[in-house]
Design a protein around this ligand. Sequence first.
Ligand SMILES: Cc1cc2nc3c(=O)[nH]c(=O)nc-3n(C[C@H](O)[C@H](O)[C@H](O)COP(=O)(O)OP(=O)(O)OC[C@H]3O[C@@H](n4cnc5c(N)ncnc54)[C@H](O)[C@@H]3O)c2cc1C
Ligand SMILES: NC(=O)c1ccc[n+]([C@@H]2O[C@H](COP(=O)([O-])OP(=O)(O)OC[C@H]3O[C@@H](n4cnc5c(N)ncnc54)[C@H](O)[C@@H]3O)[C@@H](O)[C@H]2O)c1
Length: 449
Amino acid sequence: MPDEVDVVVIGLGPGGEDLGARLATAGLSVVGIESRLVGGECPYFACIPTKMMVRAADALGEARRVPRLAGSATVEPDWAPVAARIRDEATTGWDDTIAAERFERTGGRLVRGTGRITAPGEVSVNGRTVRAARAIVLNPGTEPDVPPIEGLAGTPFWTNRDAVSAQRAPRSLIVLGGGPVGLEFAQVFARFGTRVTVLEAQPHLLPAAEPEAAEVIAERLAAEGASVLTGTPAERVDHDGVFRVTAGGEEIEAERLLVATGRRTDLAALGVGAVGLDERARTIEVDERMRAARGVWAIGDVTGTGAFTHTSVYQSRVAAADILGEPGPTADYRAMPSVTFTDPEVAAVGRTAAQAADAGLRVRTASTRIADSARGFIHKVGNEGLIKVVADADHDVLVGATVVGPGAGEILGALAVAVHAEVPVDLLRQQIYAYPTFHRAVESALADL
Ligand SMILES: Cc1cc2nc3c(=O)[nH]c(=O)nc-3n(C[C@H](O)[C@H](O)[C@H](O)COP(=O)(O)OP(=O)(O)OC[C@H]3O[C@@H](n4cnc5c(N)ncnc54)[C@H](O)[C@@H]3O)c2cc1C
Ligand SMILES: NC(=O)c1ccc[n+]([C@@H]2O[C@H](COP(=O)([O-])OP(=O)(O)OC[C@H]3O[C@@H](n4cnc5c(N)ncnc54)[C@H](O)[C@@H]3O)[C@@H](O)[C@H]2O)c1
């Protein structure tokens, strides 16, 4: 490892790898430090393997709809192809050689170890110090947050990292947390025959989403045999071969317990105090160019601006332009999209109605049920969902939208453009929406605004 380079990137998640590669390709000398796997959480433990699970579970879900549409089908779930696909196709046995070589081909130098800022412009790794003449970039991501529930520590609970490497679907599973992680896993395993119980502390599943979206998902999970308990934080966990979780005055038993209660960071371990940042904070505050301190940029989940791969890679582009001194747009999160890949998918962009009202906007909302659209009627079984639009009444533009339904993440694309480009609502109303598509329901929602 050289003693001095232009840029040191600590953590090669999707954003860190992208940024390191961009800067190296632009001719800067770059050291990328990674303590686990190049590419981060997304390809090995999160987005990619979970969406392979979802794909398989959706195939089972659709096959079970055959009797209501097309005759008969016998469905016998087998986890083996899912486990094999994740091992062989998604993660190559949790081996990052290909990603490491891809990074090094750009000219970046990969150093395996744990990086820590020791002074402005200085990072230590493996007992050595490297100086970063131009920039230190922080992309450390997050770890699963394990709540301090009595009895939980020391039990063999699962986090997302264990669940993606499951060799078989457990007979029964308690999922702690009804956020995106918990719900994607809950539905996948339920469709593979696992008896699933979801415990969510808040009154609704997906607390950050529109409440109507959470209702649709709660009903679907219940219809598929999962038990969903909201407003029910776990109080105590025991394990003696099986898990026993006390919650809401009941004791629930299961073979496995998945903790999906959010994520945590450890800024003290990263040494951010050495550049004047608060080591006890949960996230690193950045400006619109991703600057965190003099000579320090931060990108990805650690910035607390939306824990998604697309956010991390978007921020990489913004930071890269700033570090290279090139003109480029600054970060703008107004049209941040998100998709939770349950069936039906829950897709959202911009603000919910409550968030828009909290921001002081004069809000107008309208929604339409997918089942009431021509395509929803045709689709029949599996057509639950809605499109809800949130408008800024003073400026006649959409500031948010939520789509729940088949292909919701794809339908969202049009609404994301509307929010991003501030397309006037009247202009959206004049658009021609193909018949009979799911996205044509957007027109009905707009008509009701
Ligand atoms: C189960 C699950 C499913 C998800 N599904 C989706 C999805 O479908 N779509 C989506 O957009 N997002 C999804 N996400 C979120 C997504 O995984 C993250 O937003 C994404 O990985 C971006 O994270 P990041 O760039 O901040 O870094 P991460 O991916 O968290 O990577 C950070 C890297 O930094 C390394 N590191 C940390 N500290 C140090 C250090 N001091 N020195 C060296 N290396 C260090 C870590 O080992 C890690 O490899 C999902 C998350 C989970 C948990
Ligand atoms: N498809 C996607 O894009 C996708 C999928 C999964 C995760 N993610 C990202 O990963 C991040 C982490 O997701 P997550 O679902 O782990 O976190 P989250 O914070 O979104 O949800 C955690 C849930 O657990 C609940 N909870 C907390 N403590 C609890 C307790 N003691 N008992 C019961 N419930 C409790 C919370 O109320 C919350 O609803 C999210 O911010 C999301 O952006 C994205």
